[in-house]
Write a protein that binds this ligand. Structure first.
Ligand code: ZN
Length: 55
């Protein structure tokens, strides 16, 4: 059985998600769209993404 590599999951999530250069930019989009998602800094790309459930 393969182990799930958290770094691989992170990278895949990073590639799937919209990326924002700054927290403020992500937050502006979130407010505009009325999202209630949280925003986190991505250590894969150094940008920001909306946080969604991983599983
Ligand atoms: Zn990323």
């Amino acid at each position: 059985m393969d182990r799930i590599d958290p770094n691989k999951i992170k990278k895949e999530n990073c590639e799937k998600k919209d990326r924002y250069e700054t927290y403020d930019e992500a937050n502006a989009v979130r407010v505009h769209l009325g999202y209630t998602l949280s925003i986190y800094k991505c250590d894969v790309c150094g940008g920001y993404h909306f946080s969604k459930r991983l599983i």
